[in-house]
Design a protein around this ligand. Structure first.
Ligand code: SF4
Length: 237
């Protein structure tokens, strides 16, 4: 691949070099751009998304809008019902407010572990992560071997793009976008863990806003030990 390739070149290269490529969409702004570009490169693209069970209604609405516009199937991946039952019964349904460890346990069960299972059917996955989004993402490579997910390829076509470039693309191409952006949100995840941001705040300041000095990451893109954790329904405090 050439240095600083355009997202379309990256996606074309991915589809030429890997048989099974999954676009993992959160249906934030970056997903709108990637799906639009990928649909021109590969009309029968595979899109999968994680339905944690705590998403805002607007995310479900966005999934349907994308399905209808591009006439594609969106594979909706759910957490294991028994794992959710165990965690909720031990720690309560809103455990994430009680400690960073319990928040990470919830993200493990509702996000990281379901993604880990879903990606077993793929050779590469595409993410909308951008370097500019946070310090933890500043070194994001456009392509890497993802040891956290069975050694498949991980591709970030928008790694070098700015927020402005993303929104310029959305507006220029009249793409659908998540409705919560119009309510002051700048990053969107689960409903109880996301709020709108104020002028001057970091893009991801509305995620897990009650936590101080913790990484604003769920574990999909960043894991302290680099590996999915075994599940036993608890987390040392
Ligand atoms: S973002 Fe919140 S509700 Fe969603 S999985 Fe993580 S802790 Fe749980």
């Amino acid at each position: 691949m050439i240095a600083n390739p355009e997202p379309e070149e990256v996606l074309r290269w991915a589809y030429e070099n890997f048989n099974r490529v999954a676009i993992v969409a959160s249906f934030q702004a970056e997903s709108s751009v990637i799906i639009d570009i990928a649909s021109r490169v590969r009309p029968d693209l595979s899109v999968l998304t994680l339905d944690t069970g705590r998403l805002p209604q607007e995310t479900h609405d966005m999934i349907d809008r994308v399905r209808e516009r591009y006439r594609i199937e969106v594979q909706v991946v759910h957490p294991d019902a028994e794992e959710v039952r165990q965690v909720v019964s031990q720690h309560g349904i809103n455990l994430f407010y009680n400690s960073p460890d319990l928040r990470r346990l919830c993200c493990d069960v509702r996000k990281s572990r379901p993604l880990d299972g879903a990606l077993r059917g793929y050779d590469a996955w595409v993410t909308g992560v951008r370097r500019e989004q946070s310090a933890t993402r500043a070194e994001t490579p456009i392509f890497t071997v993802d040891e956290q997910h069975h050694g498949i390829a991980k591709i970030a076509p928008l790694a070098t793009w700015s927020k402005g470039q993303v929104w310029d693309y959305i507006r220029a191409n009249h793409l659908p976008y998540h409705a919560l952006y119009d309510q002051g949100y700048t990053s969107i995840g689960c409903a109880p863990c996301t709020r709108a941001t104020s002028a001057g705040e970091d893009e991801r300041a509305g995620r897990w806003w009650w936590e101080q000095n913790e990484l604003k990451e769920c574990g999909i893109h960043y894991s302290p030990d680099g590996r999915p954790r075994p599940f036993n329904g608890s987390r040392d405090q």
